[in-house]
Design a protein around this ligand. Sequence first.
Ligand code: C5P
Length: 325
Amino acid sequence: MMRTTAPAKVNLGIAVSGVRPDGYHELRSVFLRLALADELAVRPTSGSDHLVIEGAPDCPVDGNLVLRATAAFRAAAGVRGIDVDPVAIRLHKRIPMAAGLAGGSSDAAAMLRLLALASPGALEPLALREVAARIGADVPFFVGAAGAALVAGIGETVESLPPPIEPLGVLLVTPPVEMTTPAVFGAWDRLTATSAASTGSVPPATSATAVIDALAAELRAGATPSTITGLADRLRDANDLWPAAVSVWPMLQGWRDDLERALDRPVLLTGSGSTLVALYEDPLAASDAADVLGRARLADGGARIAATASTSPYPPDIDIIEEGT
Ligand code: C5P
């Protein structure tokens, strides 16, 4: 049996600069890998691939990205004359779904990494990234082991960056709504078309890009957690998907206002939502803030609250534990 973790990510800023003919959007974002993770265990089986999911009764098995990743890897390996046997997979979910934390994409990437280890020579890293990009825009980031990255294109261009030199505390508040990525990008399309029509021109270049590039430069140079928290005010307004997310679920605005009052700091949106994020100089401060929110009975409104952290600057290239079969 082989086991690995599939970490969540948060986006620190997302600039959306346009839409391609295939409907995908050109992005620029800093991805930060988190300690919060799903777990994946895989063993060979006879018959066909089999997936069991624990910890999330609503998470669908059929069409799950983990199964799609397995099929895509097998097809790509088959072209090179390498057979990949059927696998029994156990997926333990901890990352909230449809929440902007890329749990499904990370699960798929973890599966690809396990299969690559189990089938040496089947796919070299470049081919693995190509397979990853076909599964989903967030998957290539997780195929690598980077603690952070500047991600561009539709998600396929990944420049690894060192994460903060000490762990950054990250508080996640996921309101009780699943926001689908296509719905939010669709709203962005409608809002952008409206603003272009009312000004009579194409929308102006996004100001989020400068904030994202400033953050990437800080990380490249070796950022401390306080460097990142010092940028939180600007990062808060550097997610171009915010107006679109609010138009899909207007209560998001009230959630952010309430959290900013309760936490006394800027609250960011990760991805297309719905998770709201506050940044702290250490993981303990994020845990304390989670306790404060728990006492304020915020969870009674159905929110999931989790205190987590960025990962170590030097994560192992492969975090796979091999056990006896
Ligand atoms: O690639 P993934 O399946 O994660 O994307 C889900 C949906 O999000 C896409 O079908 C598309 O509608 C939207 N998307 C986008 N531009 C991106 C990433 C995702 O429009 N760069």
